[in-house]
Design a protein around this ligand. Structure first.
Ligand code: PLP
Length: 357
């Protein structure tokens, strides 16, 4: 006899891990993390929070929400916090989706979205990206019905790095019926040169059904602490995702570190500029190798692997202590997603690919 699990456990896909964490001497270009350490002041703030680790964290996350409210000029009541923004995705799914409900998202896109449908039993309506690896908003709009509860646009899109200009997004949002929650996953918006990341916030001010999802994991370099946030068009979204979770979903160290990181917008800008410059160099290098490269507005690049065998190339990179993410696991065999690392990591990667493709 074995213990019996729910139906859901059979439905749920397993998150495709990069295979290897913090390996010694490896160039970690598989998970879109920042290559930089925490920003100035963050370690001290986190250490200060550890001193009171005998106390539960503030369950209302009020200090962090107020800091975000000040930074974005947005009502604190409409800012939701999560243990990483994935926590808000999963609790948003629990709050909005159920059997009979429909959920529209694009593919290839973020691997957590299929999980949201499987976890809730909702009907996933998956719309292919267009030939430029971008969301096909017209095709997505055509899938909206009275049963649609949630529609996600990942902008810039993971894994392709492509981004839609704000004007296109706004024209789309204006046409989506108000009963549908439009969640715009902006985990990488700070790296986009198409629009100022502060500008899309107007969508969450104007449309009550819009939720902008952002994170401290990527540009702020706090992936290991797990903290993300959502700017919500309607306070009820925040209340709903708080209802479905345990009370202390974001730990005190993460809250303190995120708040300290927010104070260093100067350093943030410097890091973004460095990453964007390194992205351009990496794109040029990949193109010189004859690979197809999608237009990236993120801190990673979606590119083909030429005529070589995907497994052999990834194995060859691993032997050279470089990890990138296989495209097969992300929805497109023969392609890969490579995170923009430091200038020297990127050089190592280009040299290795030069030998392998
Ligand atoms: C990395 C990422 C996130 C953020 O995940 P966290 O849980 O905040 O670490 C969200 N959406 C997308 C598309 C991502 O790539």
């Amino acid at each position: 006899m074995a213990i019996e699990f729910t139906d859901k456990i059979r439905r749920l896909p397993t998150y495709p891990t990069a295979g290897g964490y913090a390996l010694d001497g490896f160039a970690m270009l598989a998970s879109n993390e920042a290559p930089f350490g925490p920003m100035p002041g963050v370690v001290e703030a986190a250490a200060g929070a550890v001193l009171s680790a005998n106390r539960y964290p503030d369950p209302s996350n009020m200090s962090l929400r107020r800091a975000l409210a000040a930074r974005y000029d947005f009502a604190p009541g409409r800012i939701a916090i999560g243990s990483g923004s994935c926590d808000i995705l999963l609790s948003g799914a629990e709050a909005l989706l159920e059997p009979g409900a429909e959920f529209v998202y694009a593919w290839p896109s973020f691997s957590v979205y299929p999980h949201m449908a499987a976890a809730t039993g909702a009907n996933a309506i998956v719309v292919d990206l267009d030939e430029n690896h971008r969301h096909d908003l017209d095709a997505m709009l055509a899938e909206v019905t009275a049963a649609t509860r949630l529609l996600i646009v990942c902008n810039p899109n993971n894994p392709t790095g492509t981004s839609l200009p704000l004007a296109e997004l706004e024209a789309f949002v204006a046409q989506v019926p108000r009963h549908v929650c439009v969640l715009i996953d902006e985990a990488y918006c700070e790296f986009s040169t198409l629009d100022d990341p502060d500008d899309s916030i107007a969508l969450a001010r104007r449309y009550s059904n819009v939720v902008l999802l952002r994170t401290f994991s990527k540009v702020y370099g706090l992936a290991g602490l797990r903290v993300g946030y959502a700017l919500c068009g309607d306070e009820r979204f925040r209340v709903a995702v708080e209802q479905v979770r345990q009370p202390f979903f974001c730990n005190s160290v993460a809250q303190a570190a995120a708040e300290a990181a927010l104070l260093r917008q100067d350093e943030l800008t410097r890091r973004i500029e460095e990453t964007v410059a390194n992205r351009l160099t990496l794109v040029e290098g990949l193109e010189e190798l004859g690979l197809d490269v999608a237009d990236s507005q993120a801190n990673f690049i979606w590119h083909s692997l030429g005529d070589g065998d995907e497994d052999e190339i990834l194995e060859g990179l691993r032997a050279r202590k470089i990890l990138i993410r296989s495209g097969r696991a992300l929805g497109r065999a023969g392609w890969a997603r490579t995170t923009v690392g430091t200038a020297s990591e990127n050089r190592r990667l280009l040299d290795a690919l030069g030998e392998l493709v």
